[in-house]
Design a binder for this molecule. Structure first.
Ligand SMILES: NC(=O)C1=CN([C@@H]2O[C@H](COP(=O)(O)OP(=O)(O)OC[C@H]3O[C@@H](n4cnc5c(N)ncnc54)[C@H](OP(=O)(O)O)[C@@H]3O)[C@@H](O)[C@H]2O)C=CC1
Ligand SMILES: N[C@@H](CC=O)C(=O)O
Ligand code: NA
Length: 432
């Protein structure tokens, strides 16, 4: 029995997926039962390196999504529309769906999964987070016995690639971004990568799986890497840290019967001894802490044709395997989405974390004392304060705090910004 695949998109991930399907030798035998039936693209005249079966290419994606012959629709075009509508059309036509589209799943998950459950079809999205890393299945199935406390991830390959090369080669941001685009890591609009939006989509999906509720993406705090300078990377190094764009979801409830999560994406000082500090280049890693499992880290390539396609094809095989046995009722309790409520997300002011801040000040006596007094008045305890150098008429002062309430820290910063002896606040970063 062959399962007919309708592939929407033949770009980086689509081509990687087709390549696996066209070379089944040495892989799981089930792969031989997945047949590329139609492939939808935008520009049919474009030269493609793949040798596809004849007459499969079309620009009519809607026809694929609704074709009665198609068993599984694989959405790999990216973006919000027409991707969302095509997924919904496929579901309405009774097709199972595989997608790598975190933007659509994080925003329209409720609509999509409700439609899928009603229609009795699967929507699988392993490639949407961590590329080839099997993190979605791990959270959905393998860790189901745990109470999850924390999920911390490096989940954007493009920014990790950029930060790694800035750190190791002192490379220029724009030049490295162009390389990441060339390598097929970046989104069609790389703003989504650089400004942390892609990582926010991904941590919303992971948090939903880890904490068993829907996440409203608007509640996810998001800061990208544009402001990270060579000077900060250098100070981080001297202080024993590396800078990583972290996506963090934590259960911060104060009592067992309450629910409160902190979900955020921001560049972070990570101690060099932390397991996430050595995750470099396009590699992603997701560190999960749960009870009783303790710490678990998944590591692998988070972007690129082959690794991402590995996840896409494994989703197709999972669906094919279920369809073959036909013993499992749909919705399958471990493969389908069964979330009903929205999780409560704490405002950032309530976060308790350490901070690194770099100030440019007039080189006057007593400036350090004024900074210390102001922080003290706002209950911000300092771990270290160093005057690191002089730039023309300005002194540079670097501060690292102990754990503080973010709201208190920001109030102190507002007062400091208004001080006459402060020229500017060059950077503020959170410390893990
Ligand atoms: N690249 C990566 O490493 C990863 C990507 N993803 C996700 O996978 C998805 C695909 O990404 P990627 O392969 O990089 O994207 P690409 O831009 O490389 O490819 C997009 C493909 O979709 C087709 N397409 C786009 N819009 C339309 C449209 N409106 N109508 C018809 N065809 C269309 C394009 O056609 P044509 O070829 O004619 O231009 C192209 O074949 C995205 O959701 C992305 O977020 C997830 C993990 C990793
Ligand atoms: N643009 C994304 C691709 C994978 O999701 C990234 O860089 O991680
Ligand atoms: Na994955």
């Amino acid at each position: 029995m062959a399962f007919k695949i309708g592939l929407l998109g033949l770009g980086t991930v689509g081509a990687g997926t087709a390549e696996i399907l066209l070379s089944p030798d040495g892989r799981h035998p089930l792969l031989q039962e997945l047949e590329i039936y139609r492939v939808g693209v935008r520009d049919i005249s474009r030269t493609r390196s793949l040798q596809l079966p004849e007459n499969v290419l079309t620009t009519d994606l809607e026809a694929i999504a609704t074709d009665p012959q198609v068993d599984i629709v694989v959405e790999l075009i990216g973006g919000l529309e027409p991707a969302r509508s095509l997924i919904l059309q496929a579901i309405a036509s009774g097709k199972h769906v595989v997608t790598a589209n975190k933007a659509v799943i994080s925003r329209y998950g409720q609509e999509i999964f409700e439609a899928a459950n009603e229609k009795g079809v699967y929507v699988m999205s392993e490639a949407a987070v961590g590329g080839g890393i099997p993190v979605i299945q791990t959270l959905k199935q393998s860790l189901g016995a745990n109470r999850i406390q924390t999920v911390i991830g490096i989940v954007n390959g493009t920014t990790n690639y950029i930060l790694t090369r800035m750190q190791t080669e002192g490379a220029d941001f724009a030049e490295v971004l162009a390389d990441a685009q060339q390598l097929g890591y970046a989104e069609a609009d790389p703003t989504a990568d650089v400004d942390g939006l892609d990582a926010a989509d991904k941590i919303a999906i992971l948090a939903s799986l880890a904490f068993g509720g829907r996440i409203n993406l608007k509640d996810v705090y998001c800061e990208g890497i544009r402001q990270v300078s060579a000077a900060d990377i250098d100070y981080a190094d001297k202080l024993g840290f590396v800078i990583k764009l972290l996506a963090i979801a934590q259960d911060i409830k104060s009592k067992p019967d309450t629910e409160m999560l902190s979900i955020r994406v921001h560049p972070t000082f990570v101690p060099k001894t932390h397991p996430l500090a050595s995750v470099n280049g396009v590699y992603n890693a997701i560190l999960v802490e749960g009870e009783p499992i303790g710490q678990l880290m998944l590591y692998g390539r988070g972007a690129g044709a082959g690794p991402t396609a590995s996840a896409v094809v494994s989703d197709m095989m999972n669906i094919a395997a279920i369809l073959k046995t036909e013993t499992v009722p749909i919705p399958h309790p471990l493969l389908s989405c069964t979330h009903q409520h929205y999780c409560k997300i704490a405002p950032m002011q309530e976060l308790v974390t350490r901070f690194y801040a770099r100030f440019l000040t007039l080189d006057h006596p007593g400036v350090i004392g004024k900074l210390g007094t102001c922080f003290g008045e706002h209950k911000v305890s300092l771990e270290s304060v160093v005057q690191t150098g002089i730039h023309g008429d300005l002194a540079e002062i670097v501060v690292v705090t102990h754990d503080v309430r973010e709201g208190n820290f920001q109030q102190a910063i507002d007062e400091i910004r208004a001080m006459e002896s402060i020229d500017s606040i060059a950077s503020i970063l959170r410390v893990l």
